[in-house]
Design a protein around this ligand. Sequence first.
Ligand code: PEP
Ligand code: MG
Length: 561
Amino acid sequence: MSEERVLDGLSAGRGIAVGPVAIVHSAPPLPEPEPTPADPQAATTAIDEAFAVVAEALTAQAAAAEGTVAEVLGATALMAADPALIGETHRLVGEGTPPAHAVHAAVAQFAEILTAAGPPLSERVTDLDSVRDRVVAHLLDVPAPGVTLSEPSIIVAVDLAPADTAALDLGLVAGIVTEQGGPTSHTAIIAGQLGIPCLVRVAGATSIPAGATVAIDAAAGRLIVAPSAETRAELERRAGADAAMAEDTAAGATSDGHPVALLANIGTAEDAERAAATAAEGVGLMRTEVQFLGRAEAPSVEEQAEAFRRVVAAFGERKVVVRTLDAGSDKPLAFAHQTEEENPALGVRGYRLCRTLPALLDGQLTALGAVAASAGESLWVMAPMVATAAETRAFVTAAHAAGIAQAGVMVEVPAAALMAAEILAEADFVSLGTNDLAQYTMAADRLSGTLADLTNLWQPAVLRLVCHVATAGITAGKPVGVCGESASDPLMALVLAGFGITSLSMSPPALPAVRFALRRHTLDQCKAMAAAAYDATSAEEARAAALALVDPAVAAQLGLG
Ligand code: PEP
Ligand code: MG
């Protein structure tokens, strides 16, 4: 048996998972064309065999799957057996195109036809691309892209786009490990949402042999390869302690009764139904872009309203804060962008989309207004990526006009944080998106693992902006929540409570540890931690200064050391 060894990584959440490694392979790059064209007869035979192998594998996967997944796989298998597509590759090979290039070119032609046909056919382009990548992998004799799981596994990839994560068979994903990405990237957030332990920035992870046993210790940011029996026993003990914490379902508050509402971050109506069964006091962030991902055009107003109705029904009297579409940057939507942008994170993103595609926001507000008519004051709305008081006024006016009583904005741009008083004069509430606030304050891409020290949510510059906004909220007497990943860190939660933040919204699996930490410290203790972190000169110092004031028994229980 091999020796236990540890690879360091980063995580925004907690959670422990042990299982075999399953490597997710990326799509094979096209090789340089050979100077002499391949023998057309041999190339045609190789292509026929590659398509046949892929079609057969997809058919077998479809047979083993159920429901929509089976339907999609079956339809994809038919694409891999399409004589017209295969015929076109033959024609190109006959003209001297190398086999892999012929497959790419033929698929590109068919994709163009599907795209021009509009939905639902245009939505199949992704499936066609996946057929292409599998056929090319076979031709080049490299591993097929993606991963097929037959048992609960720890998925290991160089990086995963949110769409790749969504395509995984989540029932069999015990944990996710990537070599790249950052802890506030959307893949890490989706994993947190689903309660899947996730580590990013784990150098060398894809070199671990497939099938080797690994353990994720997300709170400590460690991937343990070949964990020893003692390590596994210790991880099991910690997992048991976490499970015991989840039994406490009291409302969020400090030990002396200062309330801090503990809310859930969700993406879909299904998430809402799961989260409503936990002790979440409501929804602090519904990321509506999930309704739009992978779609060729916006869902109808009625379809959107139906999803909101389900969320509100799941939470009953509890409040639900829906965020309007935050497309752009690392959440691109094919139909929502007319032009290429050089700096998409600084471009037409979030609320700014109303400059180019006002119908999108209007549709969302109409859908929300229709639901608010019966849900009343429990349905709140906020806009992402707002930078000015004027944008706030325009959004809040439109939301009120649509019939939504509580309208606010997210504070995730430093300009908005600095203008918090003026923004709060226009809005009913604000919510701090600390993932983006860190990105824009530190001028460091949240997806970049290399810059993860800069986007560290403990950076004093970020903490000072958060404190500024919280203070403006106290002065205005209006709620100021946090719905970025800061809220899900139990130590940071104490600091945020100390600043005067009124609610913390996080992926539901993070709630028990945050509740546990809050209920074991007084408001004055939280204020002392907040002041100590505020005065620090570095992220490490800020965290250490707060930690030094935490009850040692609580720090040990939460593994904060
Ligand atoms: C944030 O930026 O902190 C946030 C909550 O929004 P998102 O992560 O969806 O950009
Ligand atoms: Mg954001």
